[in-house]
Design a protein around this ligand. Structure first.
Ligand code: P1T
Length: 387
């Protein structure tokens, strides 16, 4: 059972206890890692609620209840990766259906929509959803799904969740929101009217850069049943060990996110003041064009910061010089990472589309970790010297 009774407990309490109870046989306080592929049935046609581990796994279910509790939803579904979670939602559609997607998503999401799922007869339109009217204008009678990411990867654009939820409702289209960058500590899309929240749990939810995973959280039971059917029928489940690691990660989500938010803001302020930078993209800065919206729908602004340095050469110099910020794809771990999206996470996006969105070869993305902030600023000072 992945049904979650809504809890009145505060976020920190739900992070630690949500969806978990001591294991009844031994009293083990931590959910055991049920490392099994199948379950013995006492009689033909009479199982104990568990038949086969693609369909049910108690460790995975504990994680799902925990994530549902953190997002304030009724049902959670864990997947083998963030992309597998997004794909499952698109698989609720049929050939001939239409999707409106924010154009500045993670490059892999864009690649899956453009180069894989569109071949199956689902049509995609990509829009700049900073303007909710752009979403409305892209709607067609056959539009079934709107996909948003906010803040977007890597430009840190915001989508107005409440306004777009209203548009989705009028169009009777599902609204899916990728909440990977924000996490439920900073933003809970279901509260603004989204139908599906998606996560790459690889990132902040796990938080320790040792798992690839994904998740969906929904309120509606019928939608949950449909998504469960799709996952069971197509198979992109996480293993129990990975589910357990993510569940261990979420126990400290509130502490980690508080530190990520603080360090992210400190780095964004530092970079904005630095003479070597041309623009800093961070929703917590008053200079962010959607700062007012950020204050309305987010309670913290994460550890993700993008900075424009003006040329690919300058970006290369910076990312190759840092000592604490490791040059790597991914984000959301306790350790700081740095990269050039145009050459790394967004290399699969068409160059003209990248340029139009500002994902230039001079754009550097930082995933600010929770190391001592003075050391992080010192590292950046050294990396930008002479630029
Ligand atoms: O890697 P995976 O768990 O499949 O998650 C894909 C994904 C989905 N949504 C967002 C917002 C993401 O950022 C990602 C993955 N992103 C990176 C690997 C990255 O470095 O941006």
């Amino acid at each position: 059972m992945t049904h979650m009774t809504p809890s009145d407990d505060a976020f920190a309490t739900r992070a630690i206890h949500g969806g978990q109870a001591p294991e009844p046989t031994t009293g083990a306080i931590m959910p055991p890692i049920y490392q099994t592929s199948t379950y013995v049935q006492p009689e033909l046609g009479g199982h104990l609620g568990y038949e086969y581990a693609r369909v049910q796994n108690p460790t995975r279910e504990a994680l799902e209840r925990n994530l549902a509790s953190l997002e304030g939803g009724n049902f959670g579904l864990a997947f083998a990766s963030g992309l597998a979670a997004i794909e499952a939602v698109v698989k609720t559609l049929s050939a001939g259906d239409h999707v409106v997607s924010e154009e500045n998503t993670y490059g892999g999401t864009n690649r899956m929509f453009n180069k894989v799922l569109s071949r199956l007869g689902v049509d995609f339109t990509f829009v700049d959803s900073r303007d909710p009217e752009a979403v409305r204008d892209a709607l067609r009678p056959e539009t079934r799904l709107i996909h948003l990411e906010t803040p977007t990867n890597p430009m840190m654009r915001l989508c107005d969740l409440e306004a777009i939820a209203e548009i989705a409702g009028e169009a009777q289209a599902l609204l899916m929101v990728d909440n990977t960058f924000s996490t439920p500590f900073n933003q809970r899309p279901l509260e603004f009217g989204a139908d599906v929240v998606v996560h790459s749990t690889t990132k902040y939810l796990n938080g320790h850069s040792d798992v690839i995973g994904g998740a969906l959280v929904v309120d509606d039971e019928e939608l949950f049943d449909e998504l469960s059917f799709i996952r069971k029928s197509t198979g992109a489940v996480p293993g129990p060990m990975d589910a357990w690691l993510v569940l261990r990660g979420t126990k400290t989500l509130h502490l980690r996110m508080k530190a990520h938010n603080e360090n992210g803001l400190a780095v964004a302020r530092f970079l904005e003041e630095h003479p070597a930078t041309q623009a800093v993209h961070y929703p917590g800065l008053p200079s962010h064009p959607q700062h007012a919206l950020a204050l309305r729908q987010m309670t913290g602004f994460t550890g993700m910061v993008s900075v424009e340095l003006g040329s690919g050469e300058r970006a290369r110099t910076m990312v190759e010089r840092t000592r604490l910020f490791a040059l790597a794809e991914s984000l959301g771990g306790v350790e700081s990472l740095i990269g050039v999206p145009a050459l790394m996470t967004h290399a699969s996006v068409a160059p003209d589309r990248r340029d139009a969105m500002g994902v230039t070869e001079g754009l550097v993305r930082l995933s600010v970790g929770i190391e001592d902030p003075a050391d992080l600023l010192e590292d950046l000072t050294e990396a930008l010297k002479g630029l």
